[in-house]
Every structure is written in structure tokens, then in C-alpha cells.
Design a protein around this ligand. Structure first.
Ligand code: HSE
Length: 393
């Protein structure tokens, strides 16, 4: 592909970043021809003639060969991408929710239309995880992928752990820095991490998992007392996304849980908006990918890398997913868990199979012990906002 003519959907934090970088890098031989936005009344830092509110100005323009989709509305993005594929356009997207929810359909459609669909920016911002899982880790038998895949929550947890900042102040700063989603619920409740984990799982193990099956708890219930406990024990608290496969049975276990991480472990060094992912495999043992996981320019760098790859017609090979295997979940087994709660009335001792430690005081209580994953998953436990649920690694 010689000249790349881009139709850009969305001019938010990342969209504007892409525009600026392409302006400064003519050597990429890629230029934005049209930008479709929702609200024409906002003032933007780009020439007015580039903007339109009509999606067909991109979709029906035959000179536009690449659609870069950077809008937050997953359903609108779904519609745009399908139409773009049907028009024979390549698509670059950062929309993790959309991709996780419609992964198989989108991969099928890209193949049917013989176009490329690249989405490195959808997982871990600037960290090149998808292409590595696709190409480099194609032959080695992977056992697990585990780490921090959401910049907003990592920024919040870092500030709460290291600077005693309140949850609200840390969230506000993350939003102002452009790390958070338009609606930060997706970040702080762990949905964003779960979507990214589903995408990672397909590229790591060749299995599609339903995001609903990820055992997920966000960071909104964590209290100052939990961080105090962590400090006393030489831990920090991180929101860890983990997918592991049992090669004997083919079963997958995927979790997104606040987790105590020993301060000596590599993951404990991943702070602020940085992301870090450990890839466990049979031959290379464990490898670590690290970099900025959110923000204008880090995310733009992944989008640009995808745009640039289109110049030589790059496509994900998706070899591991050739047989389109659905991931069956293994939800058995016990997990070592800490549950913190303010009022004695929220005592959940009965969900523990074995209690190791119980702490009681006037203001805060916690229990540590083994819980059957089946019980942990129960809505009244995992969804209970009064319970600080923190896993041990
Ligand atoms: N809101 C996301 C995050 C943006 O904080 O990680 C990058 O996917």
C-alpha cells in the first residue's frame, strides 16, 4: 500500500493525538482526509474543512482506504466498522469493549472482505502485546498472561498506596490526564480490564471467552485500611487481570481482581498509568512487557504503529484461533482471599471454607482464608460494594 488516506472517527484525546503526530511525520505517507465527529459545535485544533458529522463522508469516499475508529460508543463503532469492511477499507480501532464483545464476527468479516483489522491500541496503550502474542509467541506454549492492563486504576491505586491520596482525588487526576474512559465506571469497576483480558486470551491461547465469565471486581470498594494492611505486610495492591489455561483440559480461568502483590515482584514496580504484563510460557518461562497503558501519545503510538503496518499489508494471522474454539471456564478450586468490611453486620465468614486470620476493631474488620471460586463469584459477594475483596497472588 503506497499512500494511506485516513478517515478518522472521533477527535477526542487519542484522535487529536493522531492528527498532531501525522502532521509532524510526513515520512509515514499517511494523511487524514476526513474526520467525522458527533458534535459540530465544539471548537477543535484542526482545520474546519476536515470535519463532518456525516459518516458517509468517510464511508463513501473511495480514496479513503483506512478507517481509524476512535469513538467511545461501542455500538456506533460496531456499525461503522462493519460498513467500512464492506466497503473494502482497512480498519484500525482502539475500542476494546467492542472488540471483546464482537471479536469473532469482526475477524470473520475482515477475512471475508480481505481487509486488515488491527487493534494494538485497544490493549495496554503503547505496549505491543497483541502483535507479540500473534507473531513472537506463536510457537511457544503459553500458560498464562497476567498483569496490569488498565492505566486509570493503576494510577489511582499508586496514588492511594504511595501518596495517601483519596480515591476521588486520584480518579479526578486520572480523568484530567485523559487516561479514563468517558464514563470511568468501565475503568474503576474492572470492565475495561475484562474486555482487554478477553482480547489477550484469544491472541494468547486461541480461545474466545465471554467477558461475562471473567471473575471481576474493581477498585471502588478499597479502603485506606486495606492499604494499611498491605503496607504492614510488604505488599502493594494492584488490579491484576489474569488468564490461565489448563493444557490438559483446555479450560481457561480468567480473573480481574484487586490483588496483594509482594513489593519485590516486578508487577509491584508498575506504577501510575503504566501497564505491565507477564507472559508465562513453557520454553521461555516468563517474560515481561511494560509501558504506558493510557494517555494521548502512548495510545497514539500504538494506533500509528498499526497504520504504519498497513503500508505493507500487515494482518493478524489468527493462526491459534483457526478452529474457533470457545474457551470453557474452569471455575472450580479455592482461592486465598482477604475480605475487608466496616460493619460487623457485613461479616461474610460463612463464605470462607477455611479461615486463616480474622481482625476485628471498632472501625474496620478483615478476614483472610480460602474461598471456593464458585462462592466468590456469587453476586451478593463479588458485587457487594461494602466488601473489599483482595486476592493473594
Ligand atoms: N481507560 C483506559 C485505561 C484507556 O485507563 O487503561 C486505555 O485503554
Amino acid at each position: 500500500m503506497k499512500k494511506i488516506n485516513i478517515g478518522l472517527f472521533g477527535f477526542g484525546v487519542v484522535g487529536e493525538g493522531i492528527y498532531k503526530v501525522l502532521e509532524e511525520k510526513p515520512q509515514l505517507n499517511a494523511a487524514i482526509k476526513k474526520i467525522v465527529i458527533k458534535d459540530a459545535s465544539k471548537s477543535r485544533n484542526a482545520p474546519a474543512e476536515l470535519f463532518s458529522t456525516n459518516v458517509d463522508d468517510i464511508l463513501n469516499d473511495e480514496e479513503i482506504n483506512v478507517v481509524v475508529e476512535l469513538i467511545s460508543d461501542a455500538e456506533a463503532a460496531h456499525d461503522i466498522i462493519i460498513k467500512a469492511f464492506n466497503k473494502g477499507k482497512h480498519v484500525v480501532s482502539a475500542n476494546k469493549k467492542l472488540i471483546a464483545d464482537h471479536h469473532e464476527e469482526l475477524l470473520d468479516l475482515q477475512a471475508k472482505n480481505n481487509v486488515s483489522f488491527l487493534y494494538e491500541a485497544s490493549v495496554c496503550g503503547s505496549v505491543p502485546i497483541i502483535r507479540n502474542l500473534e507473531e513472537y509467541f506463536d510457537n511457544d506454549l503459553l500458560n498464562y498472561v497476567s498483569g496490569i492492563v488498565n492505566g486509570t486504576t493503576n494510577y489511582i491505586l499508586t496514588k492511594m498506596a504511595n501518596e495517601n491520596e483519596s480515591y476521588q482525588d486520584a480518579l479526578k487526576a486520572a480523568q484530567e490526564s485523559g487516561f479514563a474512559e468517558a464514563d470511568p465506571t468501565a475503568d474503576v469497576e474492572g470492565f475495561d480490564s475484562a474486555s482487554k483480558l478477553a482480547i489477550i486470551t484469544l491472541h494468547a491461547f486461541g480461545k474466545k471467552i465471554d467477558v461475562q465469565n471473567v471473575i471481576r471486581k474493581g477498585v471502588t470498594s478499597l479502603k485506606v485500611e486495606d492499604f494499611k494492611y498491605a503496607k504492614e505486610k510488604n505488599y502493594t495492591i494492584k488490579l491484576i487481570a489474569n488468564s490461565k489455561i489448563n493444557h490438559q483440559t483446555g479450560e481457561i480461568t480468567s480473573t480481574v481482581l484487586p490483588t496483594f502483590v509482594d513489593l519485590n515482584k516486578t508487577i509491584a514496580l508498575v506504577n501510575n498509568e503504566y501497564n505491565g504484563v507477564l507472559i508465562g510460557s513453557s520454553l521461555s518461562d516468563e517474560q515481561f512487557l511494560y509501558g504506558k497503558g493510557a494517555g494521548r501519545f502512548p495510545t497514539s503510538s500504538a494506533v500509528l504503529s498499526d497504520i504504519s503496518a498497513l503500508r505493507y499489508d500487515y494482518k493478524y494471522s489468527i493462526r491459534k484461533y483457526e478452529n474457533k474454539e470457545e474457551g470453557t471456564f474452569n471455575e472450580t478450586g479455592k482461592k486465598r482471599i482477604y475480605i475487608g468490611f466496616e460493619n460487623q453486620t457485613d461479616d461474610v465468614s460463612n463464605v470462607f471454607d477455611e479461615i486463616e486470620e480474622r481482625y476485628q476493631s471498632k472501625n474496620y474488620n478483615h478476614i483472610i482464608g480460602l474461598i471456593d471460586i464458585e462462592k466468590l463469584k456469587k453476586e451478593e459477594i463479588i458485587e457487594n460494594p461494602k466488601l473489599s475483596i483482595i486476592a493473594f497472588e
